[in-house]
Design a protein around this ligand. Structure first.
Ligand code: ADP
Ligand code: MG
Ligand code: ZN
Length: 196
């Protein structure tokens, strides 16, 4: 990827299943902008309360301060004109207006917008605004985990507990990374644990 700053802005999407390193990759990119002294603002949705309230934290415990927001509208109000880089983690949780906002920040305000999120939900269906974000992005990175069952590259998130609807915030106690063959979209929790 050749990210060389000109006049205009652009959009980068990092997507993949849980445990694939989306947050690590987002933080790696954002940390470099801090070193280069580019004014940065980092956001995450309120729904994600794993580990730390006002930090983005990866499963491998890499962290960065972030502003917790409840809506895309709140990000719009919080972004300062001098900001050059906007980072958003768990972007799949935002309402559809996040797409328009990200587009506006890149094209009207000439910002570099780096977002990370789950492309698929636990049933293997496209997650919220992700398909649109992937379509409008200049740069798309798909990260994969390692399938816990067979060791193949894993693009799916297997839910290990029942209930919760599309959104059930959790980590290794509720989910594991699985490949296409090992993923069971709508299985009963007990069946999945037995690996049947
Ligand atoms: P994501 O944001 O995509 O959920 P994170 O960046 O938070 O992922 O965490 C990635 C880290 O998760 C890896 O570096 C590794 O330490 C850990 N991890 C846990 N389970 C797996 C797995 N099945 N495959 C790969 N990495 C895993
Ligand atoms: Mg993450
Ligand atoms: Zn597998």
């Amino acid at each position: 990827m050749h990210v060389v700053r000109g006049e205009g802005g652009w959009i980068e999407v990092i997507c993949g299943p849980m445990f694939s390193g989306k947050t690590e990759e987002l933080l790696r990119r954002l940390r470099r902008t801090v070193i280069a002294r580019q004014p940065l603002q980092v956001f995450k949705p309120k729904i994600d309360n794993r580990y730390a309230e006002t930090k983005i934290v990866s499963h491998s415990a890499v962290a960065m301060e972030a502003v917790v927001v409840s809506s895309a509208e709140e990000i719009a109000r919080a972004v300062r004109p001098e900001t050059r880089v906007v980072g958003i983690d768990e972007v799949q949780f935002f309402d559809p207006s996040i797409v328009e906002l990200v587009e506006r920040l890149a094209s009207k305000q000439n910002m570099r917008v780096v977002v990370a999120g789950l492309d698929l939900d636990y049933q293997g269906e496209p997650f919220g605004p992700m398909p649109s974000l992937l379509s409008i992005a200049e740069y798309v990175t798909k990260t994969l985990a390692i399938c816990i069952q067979c060791g193949a590259p894993a693009g799916r998130s297997q839910r290990l507990v029942g209930g919760g609807g599309q959104v059930l915030v959790g980590a290794t106690e509720s989910y594991e990374a699985r490949c296409r063959s090992c993923h069971v979209p709508r299985a009963e929790p007990t069946t999945m644990r037995l690996g049947v």
